[in-house]
Design a protein around this ligand. Structure first.
Ligand code: GDP
Length: 331
């Protein structure tokens, strides 16, 4: 059996195997694993805070995310920074397969000692970011990484969830023609700090410039956010393949984070994220407690059928349920 204290201490001292093991426990659906995971998290919490930069990066498959992370990661490692990459793979609920498949990704970065790269299945959680992703980011931070990149595949909700657990959120897009903004939803634009137009090279350079202009004007239409210094959110051009723009991208990211730190927004945002997460977990726990009460699950089923067949209104069904729960001895 795993000793949580031992594992937590190993993780804090930078032992990568301890980190891997802790992530496996955090992501496990087994009750005994989850108990150990929770002890590890508590132990780490008691050892005091450690903060890294949490960077979210999202983009559709083929946008160049792994090429970009590879180049940026190597660039950062050369600056002496340690990098962890957590990729959330939206496994297909139908086939059990994954979008990423077995493709070798981030080859150069993976060879740099001290780097940590991990792909986690999203286990059918809508949008990919699971309730455990946040704990995994925390574990990497506790293991002492300077920068933790959370990579998600842009398939809907994932960008917003990734932004919810990171300090800075980057959207990677490609210079495809047209002014349709590549189907990027308004909600995603609202959480984006930096748009990177990748593949700004060769024949694609001219359309990359047009895409940059389109996105810049779209971002200007959004309501100004207090947490942004002048000029943000920004759109810049990069070529991950050629390694162009890594320094520029990093300068933008680090100056944004520094500004937010100096102006107190960084702290506020972490606290708000903490709060939201706590409430979401609390709701989940309470709901599961309620559902475990004898007879409640069947009552819910019955009420659902009554509502569906029009026998009672939704409101009546809910008050019926609330009545029953309030009479339960457990509450
Ligand atoms: P991901 O699915 O978002 O991780 O995308 P990949 O990093 O696997 O890249 C998808 C394809 O785009 C690969 O064939 C890359 O070689 C290519 N690619 C990535 N970055 C660039 C770039 O900056 N310029 C060009 N021309 N191609 C790129």
């Amino acid at each position: 059996m795993t000793d949580p204290v031992h594992l937590a201490l190993g993780l804090r001292s930078g032992d990568r195997r301890a980190l891997s093991k802790a992530i496996t426990l955090v992501e496990s659906s087994r009750e005994d694993h989850r108990e150990v995971a929770s002890e590890i998290l508590n132990e780490l919490q008691s050892l005091g805070p450690r903060q890294g930069m949490r960077m979210g990066l999202s983009g559709v498959p083929g946008a160049g995310k792994s090429t970009f992370i590879d180049k940026l990661g190597v660039f950062l490692a050369e600056m002496g920074k340690s990098v962890a990459v957590l990729t959330i793979d939206p496994s297909s609920p139908l086939t059990g397969g994954s979008i990423l498949g077995d493709k070798v990704r981030m080859e150069r970065l993976a060879r740099i000692s001290g780097t940590f790269i991990r792909t986690s299945p999203s286990r059918n959680v809508l949008g990919g970011v699971s309730r455990y992703s946040r704990d995994c980011v925390f574990l990497c931070e506790q293991a002492g990484f300077d920068i933790i990149i959370v990579e998600t595949i842009g398939v809907g909700q994932s960008e917003i969830s990734a932004a919810e657990i990171t300090d800075v959120f980057i959207l990677l897009i490609t210079p495809l023609g047209g002014d349709d903004l590549q189907g990027v939803k308004r909600g995603v634009m609202e959480v984006t700090d930096l748009v990177l137009v990748n593949k700004a090279d060769g024949d694609l350079l001219a359309s990359a410039h047009r895409t940059q202009a389109d996105y810049s004007s779209a971002l200007h239409l959004l309501r100004r956010r207090q947490k942004d210094p002048p000029g943000f959110p920004k759109v810049i051009l990069v070529s991950a393949l050629k390694g162009h723009g890594m320094d520029l991208a990093w300068n933008e990211i680090s100056s944004l984070v520094q500004w937010r730190r100096e102006h107190g927004f960084w702290e506020v945002s972490r606290r708000e994220q903490e709060d939201r997460w706590f409430h979401a977990e609390l709701r989940r726990e309470l709901l599961s407690l309620v559902e475990q009460q004898p007879g409640v699950a069947s009552l819910i089923q019955l009420l659902k059928e009554d509502v569906a067949s029009g026998r009672i209104s939704q409101r009546a069904a809910l008050s019926n349920l609330a009545n029953r729960i309030s009479k339960s001895r457990a509450f």
